[in-house]
Design a protein around this ligand. Structure first.
Ligand code: 5GP
Length: 346
């Protein structure tokens, strides 16, 4: 096999500190990294410990990092509440809690075909490659995620107004009746319940929900039609839908809008209102202390669970500052190279 040494780049999907790793043979030899860091692989000769450097680091010395296989095993073991056993080579796909070890009375795990654990859901590393959009190519889908009340819709709206030719949003589908001032295809695409249900069956929706006995949803085709107009498509969705959008076709760039500290929330949102419904259509009420706490808690959960899918985190402390950061991010996205999964380029 041709050597990939020094030519392979991976994105770390977890935090690693060798000082806290009991399995590493020599802590000083380890390389610490954070979720989202790009690492250059210098050697994969050892099945358990790879040698890597931080990408762009001029220092020629590489450090040890757990191999993908070993890290998957560690994470599976942790998820199942058992003790990982380094140096015991077996394929990771599917661990199963099987029996108690007679001496230690600890649960052991063995590898047999089992659906209990799917390594596709174990975030370890992802092979990445630099990608720069070509001028004749469609724009990438930009996904905005963040907790309720963080100001995501406000930022989205500011961006749209700043350049209506350049940015676009999807038109949702609904089964409710069209109101007199509305036109089909503008506020919504109005369809029958039957058609909506068929479309759901055929996986045509990225997400959908029910509100006052009607269905509402965003279709995959509605994203396509924005991109087909040669616009940047802005989409805000729940973070769990992101993994279904991570395809070659959309090459989504995921931005997490994060709340500042609770102190800053109290200061900056003193006279602001929180809008409960989606797309700012709910009733607006002044923020309560509980809203701030919920926002921070929900942001933490999102970051823990889906942080490995975020390409960029923007803290919305001051709206103008956050907006400018968002603008800069978009400019860079269109002019500079970004790391994307290798699978998106083939
Ligand atoms: P309305 O019928 O007043 O236009 O909208 C009522 C509600 O429908 C909104 O507040 C929002 O909660 C929901 N809604 C609108 N578009 C979508 C969508 O694309 N997906 C989902 N899940 N709900 C939507």
């Amino acid at each position: 096999t041709p050597s990939k040494e020094g030519k392979m780049f991976i994105k770390a999907l977890f935090d690693y500190d060798p000082n806290e790793d009991k399995a590493i043979p020599c802590k000083e030899a380890g390389l610490s990294f954070k979720k989202g860091d790009i690492l250059q692989i210098m050697s994969q000769d050892d099945a358990t410990w790879w040698q890597a450097k931080h990408a762009g680091d001029a220092n020629p010395r590489a450090g040890l990092i757990p191999s993908k296989h070993f890290q998957e095993r560690k994470q599976c073991a942790r998820a199942l509440g058992v003790v990982p056993m380094p140096g015991n080579p077996f394929p990771v796909r599917s661990f199963r809690l099987s029996r108690k070890d007679k001496k230690t009375n600890k649960s052991m795990y063995e590898c047999k075909k089992s659906d209990q654990y799917d390594t596709a859901d174990v975030p370890t590393y992802e092979e990445v490659t630099p990608y720069r959009r070509q001028t004749n190519e469609k724009y990438r889908l930009v996904v905005l995620v963040g907790p309720v009340g963080v100001g995501l819709n406000e930022l989205k709206r500011k961006l749209l107004i700043s350049d209506t030719q350049h940015y676009g949003v999807t038109v949702p589908h609904t089964t409710r009746a069209k109101r007199s001032q509305e036109s089909d295809g503008v506020e919504y695409i109005f369809i029958s319940k039957h058609l909506f249900e068929t479309d759901v069956q055929n996986n045509k929706f990225i997400e959908y929900g029910e509100y006052k006995n009607n269905y509402y949803g965003t279709s995959i085709d509605s994203v396509r039609s924005v991109l087909a107009k040669n616009k940047v498509c802005l989409l805000d969705v729940q973070p769990h839908t992101v993994k279904h959008l991570r395809t070659l076709e959309f090459k989504p760039y995921v931005i997490f809008i994060k709340p500042p500290s609770i102190e800053r929330l109290r200061e900056t949102r003193k006279n602001a209102k929180i809008i409960s419904g989606r797309d700012d259509q709910g009733a607006a009420k002044p923020f309560t202390e509980e809203d701030f706490q919920d926002m921070i808690k929900s942001a933490q959960i999102m970051e823990n669970q889906y942080g490995h899918l975020f390409d960029k985190i923007i803290v919305n402390d001051d709206l103008t500052v956050a907006f400018n950061e968002l603008k800069t991010t978009f400019d860079k996205l269109e002019t500079e190279a970004h790391w994307v999964p290798v699978s998106w380029l083939h």
